[in-house]
Design a protein around this ligand. Sequence first.
Ligand code: ATP
Ligand code: MG
Length: 294
Amino acid sequence: MTFAPETDSAPVGRPGPTPGDLARGIGTPATGGARADGVGGVELVEVSAYYRTFRAVREISLRIRPRAVTALIGPSGCGKSTLLRVINRMHETIPGTRAEGAVRLDGIDIYDPRVSPVRVRRTIGMVFQKPNPFPAMSIRENVSAGLRLAGERSRSVLEGMVEDCLRRAALWDEVKDKLKQPGTSLSGGQQQRLCIARAIATEPEVILMDEPCSALDPRATLQIEELMADLKRRFTIIIVTHNMQQAARASDDTAFLTMGDDRAGYLVESGPTAQIFSNPTRQLTEDYVSGRFG
Ligand SMILES: Nc1ncnc2c1ncn2[C@@H]1O[C@H](COP(=O)(O)OP(=O)(O)OP(=O)(O)O)[C@@H](O)[C@H]1O
Ligand SMILES: [Mg+2]
């Protein structure tokens, strides 16, 4: 494969990005177009992550199926958030950190020096534990910010996109009459759906969610879970959760991490969620999912 020089300016109007786009740094904002099946598969190969000399994640190898929800579960401090940040190259934004191993998106190593980290973060979006709409921006601007940054100027394209993304995030009906109000004026559950709308606006292939429901009430939690079930038809979703019922309800596959005596997180086992919860191979997994430790 040949790689062209990096650029963050993105053409608009095509269907979703391809692996070649990522490598060339020419991603594509959302247009609602159909995509080839199988896009969005993530493969971790012996991934380790460090904070200075401390190894927080140890040699994790895992295949994440495209267009499915994968839950990452495990006790506090075992490296789940760190691993998520390695998957979209946010780990390296923390001073003194480094990662080893390979992370492949559709077969392309996102740590290849020719790949743009900015493009990676746009292709592998993230939703955080605490809803974090851009504070100075309206609801509309929160959703359109990424597209405007990518160079889209057409008002009608932007407005169409905002509506499309808010609909796909199951928020449109609640906000359509107040798009100019600040994103921060919404309820916590609405803000989290706004952040999901913002994340899908740049048409990522993968959405990482780090405990996205931990600040939400049961009803808002259920809305996000229903939303995930819908979004996985287009996106690969990786969710960190401490809620075992949520993992069992909302995910197709589950990966269980724990930490060793050196406090480094490692993968105990992974597989279809039904199997991990009802018939795990390892005693450690059984103990964790049944609530005996963690
Ligand atoms: N910015 C940082 N600097 C130094 N060490 C860190 C940093 N962030 C995390 N760590 C350490 O890395 C390890 C893994 O942390 P991480 O936040 O990834 O765990 P986690 O599984 O997400 O935990 P939780 O379930 O509590 O969110 C912990 O030992 C933590 O103290
Ligand atoms: Mg965490």
